[in-house]
Ligand binder design. Sequence first.
Ligand code: C2O
Ligand code: CU
Length: 473
Amino acid sequence: MRKRRGRLVALGIVMAVLIPLGYLWATSLVPGTYNPADMGYADYGGGVAGGHEHHHQAASIAELTGPKTGTPDVAVTLVARKEKKGLAGYTLNGSSPGPLIRAESGALVQVTLVNESVPDGATLHWHGIDVPNAEDGVAGVTQDAVPIGGRHVYRFRAEDAGTYWYHSHQVSSDQVKGGLFGPIVIAPKAPGEVLATIHTYDGKRTINGQMGSQRVELPAGTTARLRVINTDNAILRVGVTGAAYKVVAVDGREVKGPTPVTKAYALAAGGRVDLEAVVPAGGMSLVAGTSALSLKIGPGDGPVGELPAETVDLLSYGKRAPLGFDPAKADRRFEYRIGRRIGFLDGVPGLWWTINGHKFPDVPMYMVAEGDIVRMTISNTSGQSHPMHLHGHHAVVLTRNGTPSTGSPWWTDTVEVGNNETYEIAFRADNPGLWMDHCHNLPHASEGLMTHLMYAGYTTPYQIGGTTHNEPE
Ligand code: C2O
Ligand code: CU
């Protein structure tokens, strides 16, 4: 009798644990097919629920294309391929990084993506270029992944001069790492331009696809503009040794009043920086991480030293200038609080990222209306650093850990939010559609550190999963 009761109690305890666990497990399951617009819960950031306009029928984001007619000024075809040999697992036109796309400001750009052999399908996203939503290249959000044998044409007008990159946004945690990306520069080619696309293939860090130290021949006295792109998942210290340099642009936006520095620059994952330096008689080096990976720039075999410990702080670098809007008059104030907790994600137990305490896919959908001024506070207590990337917009950093920006307006599309850091950013909602807002340490995004900014009155016809196998992360 006593024994039996003991067993019942034990069974009761087991059930008391298993039933809630089973419930948590079941509620963590992500549907096989869903519309990204239906994801999570609406967060209006204290603004009007329906937006400023009256409610009429939702418009499809598929209509938000670039110019449909007109002869392109730049027309490129990129053929995506899966590779069996070599450093890169994927190439575009046979190389990784893919070819440089160059356009001048105002040019109509047309890129045709052809998928020759990428099994999961592929897309092209224009990282940092605020293109119309339907050209944004996110599988399951703005288009279907292009299957083997398929093609997709992107058309947009290049506007803001600067350094950008493109990459697949289908199973991006695998495809970007594997090599499906390339540089895009909006600016005419200048004599002192040096491009440095940094990427780690299979544990081997490279500049423009090559390991070790490379030479770039430039006469002494040339004003060199180094366009540095971090296509990796982790922040990287870069900089110039052998000469002082100025940080002249960040994420495709000009820095106002830059002053010469001899420091390192911490380049966010996914971010870009343009460094300007005058080539000294003895040459100089662009160093990526350590001197083991560098570009020796100049007339001779210049010096390569290690980068100094100190880094440029953009919060106080350069001169103040008007933002073009008043962040004090914000229509919405959002919080993007990054944490971590034990639980299930799609039935898999683990330590998962949370946004405002919620696990993917039950995360906030940040709702805005066109014309809104938006403030967002991104905080991070997750134990790791996260390069946060909002598609389709550039935001300005207002404060970091409560300290206001006193330097040049720090416009960014990818801001590295370290553990225990808080960034307050602001932007104008001037590009309607449904936009990803995620961590650019791409495995983190695939682990659920991902949500969207959504304009009221829009919907998307695309689906995650399903027959198209759309899987943006
Ligand atoms: Cu560079 Cu959502 O990506
Ligand atoms: Cu992250």
